[in-house]
Design a protein around this ligand. Sequence first.
Ligand code: MSP
Length: 651
Amino acid sequence: MDRFYVTTPIYYVNAEPHIGHAYTTIVCDVMMRFHRLMGETTFFLTGTDEHGDKIVQAAQAAGVDPKTYADRISGLFRQTWPKLNIGNDKFIRTTDPEHIRVVQDVLQKVYDAGDIYFSSYKGLYCVGCERFYTERELVDGKCPDHDKPPIEREEANYFFRMSKYQDWLIGHIEANPDFIRPERYKNEVLAFLREPLEDLCISRPVERLSWGIPLPFDRKYVTYVWFDALINYIAAVGYPDGPVYRDFWPVVQHTIAKDIVKPHGIYWPTMLKSAGIPLYRHLNVHGYWITDEGKMSKSRGTVVRPLDLVPVYGLDAFRYFLLREMVFGLDASFSEDALVQRINADLANDLGNLFSRTLAMTAKFFDGKVPPFGAEPDGMDQDLRASVDQAVRQFTEEMPKLGFHKALIGIWECISAANKYIDHVGPWNLAKDPGMLTRLQTVMRTLLEVNRTVAVLVAPFMPATAEKMLERLGAGKKALDVRIAEDARWGSLGEGTPVQKGEALFPRIESPAKKTEKPGTAVQAPKPAAEKKAPKPEPEPAGIIDIDAFRAVDLRIGLIREAERVPQSEKLVKLLVDVGEPGESRQIVAGIAKTHTPADLVGKQVVIVANLKPAKLMGIESHGMVLAVRDGQDLKLIVPEAKVTPGGRIS
Ligand code: MSP
């Protein structure tokens, strides 16, 4: 039996859950549900990180003791997850006795291995991060995360001999290219490791910080937060000899954002190595959600709270948006306008329409019962079936590689093919001709099967919607019990099974809700579209497009990694362009060879259209277009004013 174990970071209890925490936790939930769908046994862990200076300070500010404070905020996290349909198996707190026991056990093992020593240390310390910084890590003399200068601090403390494992770790990362993914974060860790690795301070004197786990070999000290926090991943599953630990630890994948790559990519593997514990299998690192105003900030009131959004826009729409909008590994920007646009275009129009049209026509033409495949499928039926197969293939290939947005794109290509199929075939015309009954049966059965497969594929992302769809297709199952092998098998809907038409899966939203993120602001529900057809918008003057049309063009920054001339062509060069898609570059053929040599091009950042239909130029596939401007005989590429992260969306 294949197994899957995924973890989120354990969140600090000094802030309430926001969209960043929600994203990581939803991504893990989607992964867990995908692996369930594939028939694997899964374990999903989340929890809270409760020790350290930061928590003591937050508790003091709230006028309560650290434990009362930690209980309160940990409770907020714990109550939030079911509201986002998170199916975690366990919620660990670093104040749990079992966690404390395992931390002390591991510390003792590392101590016994001779990898912990006592020494005095003087350095630059950031209170926010609870760690010392090297000069090199500071930006303009300030902590890059907190934008504050660190304070100078001297202390006698215990140190973990991390440096001893530097070469070993480099070797491990190089031998296991998927250990840290996407690749950019593997490279980031390898870049850290190119400099000499310093040993890690792992304690605080108890007189300065009592809110921590005492070191088993010196009770005058408590454990420094990372050595405490990281161990949650093994404590929660019953290290050292519990059955869940035995079964699941070998396959564990940690999922985090880019802020905590170093502790997870360097401290944790070296700690595990020293303690003689096998390493994790993957570290999955995603980017940051930012808002229109930039980084979320409590003081500026720009923190986006999931529980403000869900009652307004719906849980599944929110989950879908997060997974569709962020390319795993890159930053993404959150706005309610973008959310509304996705709801209307992808969910209400594409998916919602397909589902309601299919069921309404089944009700009308076949008394609401699944018809048999009457006539032999024709070319169009076969094409649609092929697009379903392609969506399933893309889904099963991309999901384990963290290509969530690509899996969704594949499903939506199939949904859009099915909507076009309806428009082309016109089942309502077939229904007028009794001689076409068997053809109509095949058409409607094909559509019902497409809807059923789509319901199965969207289940990890939108479990409640999948359940609703399957229920109404007469194939009712709890989302967690759906299995791709059985439930997405073509033709398996029961002939004669009643199906139910009903309310729209996703009502259209006419205008974005009033911004919901200001604390204390009453949330105003967005206006749902009128039940009947909305009045037609005024036609735009010729040549004018609205903002939606512009947004439909996926313009991104791409970094040209490779370039070579296309043989026998004067104009064409074949490029491999990094457009921020984890683990791969796009092949793009561009007509710029007369003005640019391959050597000019490699390393250049350019603007590309990323969602152009693939085309073949001189037999070579091209997946996008590079933007340039003609100036007489000359051609100039459009480039960003300064280097940016490849994949950045242009808006
Ligand atoms: N307690 C540590 C983690 C210990 S794990 C052994 C910690 N906690 S945290 O509360 O600060 O959570 C950080 C994590 O929250 C990120 O790694 C990410 O999962 C999530 N996010 C917080 N802000 C985020 C965004 N703006 N965008 C995306 N995710 C972010 O660090």
